[in-house]
Ligand binder design. Structure first.
Ligand SMILES: Nc1ncnc2c1ncn2[C@@H]1O[C@H](COP(=O)(O)OP(=O)(O)O)[C@@H](O)[C@H]1O
Ligand SMILES: N[C@@H](CCOP(=O)(O)O)C(=O)O
Length: 291
């Protein structure tokens, strides 16, 4: 039996738009039961997600290895769909990892990263989901370059609103161009964030997480919880709140004990009736086990 586990990811980390991502310990697990007449996918997502060859996991697998023998597969996942925690990336990577294991000529991890990035369109979810931990990556001219930073000694308070927000819809709120001055400011903040993360200067990193220039201000109207949670965290002296991926999930990074107190306070607010997780970082990335 083949089992594949892929972590959720929180992309952007404030100013790291389409570039920085953190793997979180909330997993999608795919079990390959065995060959079948047709592709069959048992999953917990209801009718919104197909359970045959049209399923994203299967379509992705076939895009890597077109002549794959159909299988019966079982998917379990606690990662909510279309909420900004990289569910589509977990499906893509699970599909690629399955195809790679079943293929007669498997490809390298770097080739899988390129393929996953091409399918997702940006590397900030797929790179940490493959490599684990904190990853900074660039995808320009069909080339992906990814660097794994030291795994941060931080937890993530994750607030998941009840409503879905598709990444495609949230990207359409973004402007086509940015003024040069704003782009330079955004890039310098992002660069300094990466330096702070690399030097394990968590207090500076947490402050820079809140200074994005690239996407949050344009998406703010779609995600009212961002301003509310940031304000409530500031009232407790906590910085480090940002829009996870394309939203609507809001993440606050920090010390576990501080985040527990924050969540207790957030849960008392009648406007914040979504789901809460307090998650450690996933340092493994995708794992494959055979038994
Ligand atoms: N495990 C899965 N199996 C099949 N399709 C999935 C799975 N996870 C996500 N998807 C597809 O990806 C869509 C969400 O992708 P996206 O809008 O990028 O949100 P997210 O931020 O969760 O990645 C879902 O509506 C569904 O179509
Ligand atoms: N950089 C992308 C990240 C999308 O992440 P997701 O978890 O919402 O799919 C963006 O901000 O659009």
């Amino acid at each position: 039996m083949l089992k594949i586990s892929v972590p959720a990811t929180s992309a952007n980390l404030g100013p790291g738009f389409d570039s920085i991502g953190l793997a979180l310990d909330l997993q999608l697990t795919l079990t390959v039961i065995g060959p079948s007449q047709t592709w069959q996918v048992d999953h917990p997502f209801g009718q919104e997600v197909s359970n045959d060859a049209n399923n994203l996991i299967v379509k992705t697998a076939l895009s890597l290895v077109p002549d794959l023998t159909p299988q019966r597969i079982q998917v379990t996942s606690k990662i909510p769909l279309a909420r900004g925690l990289g569910s589509s990336s977990t499906a893509i990577i699970a599909g690629l990892a399955m195809a790679n294991e079943l293929a007669s000529a498997p490809v390298s991890k770097q080739a899988l990263l390129l393929k996953a990035t091409e399918l997702e369109g940006h590397p900030d979810n797929v790179a940490p989901a493959i490599l684990g931990g904190l990853v900074v990556a660039t995808y320009v001219d069909q080339k992906v370059q990814a660097v794994q930073l030291p795994t941060p000694d931080l937890f993530a308070s994750v607030y998941v609103p009840n409503e879905e927000l598709l990444t495609s819809a949230s990207r359409s709120a973004l402007p086509a161009t940015l003024p040069f001055k704003q782009a330079i400011a955004g890039s310098s903040i992002g660069n300094t964030l990466v330096a702070a993360l690399a030097m394990k200067n968590w207090s500076l990193a947490l402050a820079l997480l809140e200074q994005d220039q690239f996407h949050e201000q344009y998406r703010a109207k779609l995600v009212p919880a961002l301003a509310l949670i940031r304000k409530m965290a500031h009232e407790m002296g906590l910085v480090g709140t940002y829009l996870s991926g394309a939203g609507p999930t809001i993440v606050t990074l920090g010390k576990q004990a501080d985040l527990l107190k924050l969540q207790t306070k957030l849960q008392q607010n009648p406007a914040l009736t979504g789901q809460y997780h307090l998650l450690p970082v996933d340092a493994q990335g995708v794992t494959v086990t055979k038994s």
